[in-house]
Design a protein around this ligand. Sequence first.
Ligand SMILES: Cc1cc2nc3c(=O)[nH]c(=O)nc-3n(C[C@H](O)[C@H](O)[C@H](O)COP(=O)(O)O)c2cc1C
Length: 187
Amino acid sequence: MIYRPIVLDQEIQFSKKKFIVSKTDLKGNILFVNKNFCEISGYSEEELVGSPHNTLRHPDMPRSIFFLVWKSLLSGRDVSGVVKNLAKSGKYYWVISDFSVKRDEAGNISSFSSFRRAAPQQVIDTVEELYATMSSIEKKHGMEGSLSYLESFLEEQQMSYDDFLGELIKPKGLLGKLLEAFKNMFG
Ligand SMILES: Cc1cc2nc3c(=O)[nH]c(=O)nc-3n(C[C@H](O)[C@H](O)[C@H](O)COP(=O)(O)O)c2cc1C
């Protein structure tokens, strides 16, 4: 499916208990979506399954953030991220996404999955500014430029990318437990 909505500066907000799930093949083509995914993105299951995941790509997202996600997943490591997604209506919604690697019985990587939850405002405020700077650097200096900016941003805070995300997005209390239980349901 190739569908490019007109981007609207309008946010879709959704309950923090609504987890959005998808599974992809090794190239990022969607294999599975749950009901919340369809409801919040505005696409039907038929439109999504078989399509590349960049259907949801929002133009405000720096390419380098996805580069880091893919680098990690293809090397077999789970990773998280904060992502602004583009719904079919052209509106956007922010999610915290935990990406994980699925393996077959022989231990080979067979697919990837993503569990998303609504991003709290303070998380959005932090990354929005960072992503805007990264995107404008990317336009002039490509991904190398935005990655080296991210590196210096993290150095300033004396943190690795994993530490930075960990502090920012770790689910607290009941939500963390709910999320773990939900992930186990999907295997
Ligand atoms: C499991 C999984 C879930 C993904 N979910 C999203 C998503 O919700 N939104 C998004 O823009 N990209 C998502 N991606 C990343 C896309 O595959 C793609 O790299 C990204 O949209 C950037 O598009 P581009 O490579 O065409 O620039 C996901 C990738 C994987 C492996």
